[in-house]
Design a protein around this ligand. Structure first.
Ligand SMILES: Cc1cc2nc3c(=O)[nH]c(=O)nc-3n(C[C@H](O)[C@H](O)[C@H](O)COP(=O)(O)OP(=O)(O)OC[C@H]3O[C@@H](n4cnc5c(N)ncnc54)[C@H](O)[C@@H]3O)c2cc1C
Length: 320
């Protein structure tokens, strides 16, 4: 006897805050849902998560563990593997998984987050998420009153200004090949930001903590934490056969995938949520986005079912 293929209502690639929230909304709506998750959320290098009301300081991986446990009672399945590609099929979409299986679903939500590409500075990467930071709202409180160094980038002026709210000891390591305008210099002076015209060539550590930086002019500068802007990139290879394309973000921070106001792409049935759409979204925002997309995908399925039932009803009536 031929095995009947399971067709889920919704497959969600990515089980971070966005994907799990979409799964919760859909599971509670009695939809058959599968989440495919490679288990590498963006904030995994950080020991604690902040700015999530009622979960302040929680380990980011623990949040997702609790989320997955909550989904069990709604019958949501979570498959811990990587999605390799997705194609159109009779069901809607069929996704090829890294564990040599496939799943099919009527709708597909991509909540795969983004990748932080760090500048190639020796010693920097091992501190990422602890004392090498990008977001004052995530970690500013944790480095308050410390000696902070801002590494030059497209957002360095903004970061240098913002971090003075947390520390009066902020140094901007300014690339000497880039020019600061008179207005920028005045702004930095007004906020008490020290400017050193040199490139950071190495991050110096002691006992696992940032101790300072080596500079292109041969000098060293002591700092306790560094602020950088990674390049944000998105990986859409798990939907390459569907033709989804990432774009450069207008702000110059990297790539994202634009969607309409509801999270829908131009590819019918494919929806997006979380950092893949909004690189600036924090965890609670990614979760809210996932919830919103989940409810809209549910409504979209409902419309399809209603259309089918209406045509059946009309057929019945004409047959009588
Ligand atoms: C170091 C650091 C610290 C941060 N700290 C905070 C903080 O304190 N507070 C805060 O609010 N925000 C913080 N953020 C931001 C936070 O990480 C994001 O808001 C959040 O992770 C976005 O959720 P998401 O679900 O969109 O993506 P993610 O959390 O990145 O989840 C995406 C998931 O999709 C999976 N995935 C990707 N591709 C595939 C594939 N092909 N197949 C299967 N699975 C796949 C990944 O493995 C991952 O599990 C921090 C970010 C960084 C980098």
């Amino acid at each position: 006897m031929e095995m009947q293929e399971t067709v889920y209502d919704v497959a969600i690639i990515g089980g971070g805050a966005a994907g799990l929230s979409a799964a919760q909304a859909l599971g509670r709506s009695r939809r058959a849902v599968v989440v495919i998750d490679a288990g590498e959320p963006r904030n995994a290098p950080a020991a604690a998560m902040h700015n999530f009301l009622s979960r302040d300081g929680m380990n980011p991986l623990e949040l997702l563990e609790v989320g997955r446990a909550e989904l069990v009672k709604y019958g949501v399945e979570v498959i811990r593997t990587r999605a390799l590609d997705s194609r159109r099929s009779a069901a809607g979409f069929t996704i090829t998984l890294g564990n040599d299986t496939e799943v099919s679903a009527r709708r597909l939500i991509l909540a795969t987050g983004l990748k932080d590409q760090l500048p190639d500075i020796p010693g920097l990467a091992k501190h990422w998420g602890n004392d090498v930071l990008h977001c004052p709202f995530c970690h500013g409180w944790e480095v308050k009153d410390l000696r902070l160094g801002v590494i030059d980038s497209a957002m360095a002026m903004h970061q240098a200004q913002l971090f003075t709210q947390w520390s009066k000891n902020v140094t901007l390591f300014k690339d000497p090949n880039k020019v600061l305008s008179a207005q920028e210099r005045e702004q930095l002076e007004a906020l008490g930001v020290r400017v050193i015209e040199a490139v950071v060539t190495e991050v110096l550590s002691e006992d696992g903590f940032v101790q300072g930086v080596e500079l292109s002019d041969g000098t060293q500068c002591e700092v306790d934490a560094l602020v950088i802007l990674p390049n944000f990139d998105v990986d859409v290879s798990c939907v390459k056969s569907l033709g989804l394309v990432a774009q450069e973000h207008a702000s110059g921070i990297g790539r994202y995938v634009p969607v309409d106001d509801g999270g829908q792409t131009e590819i019918s049935g494919l929806w997006l949520a979380g950092n893949i759409v909004n690189p600036m979204a924090q965890v609670i925002m990614a979760a809210a986005d996932g919830l919103g997309v989940g409810t809209r995908v549910n409504a979209d399925l409902m419309q399809e079912e209603l259309a089918h039932k209406l045509s059946q009803l009309r057929l019945c009536k004409t047959a009588i």
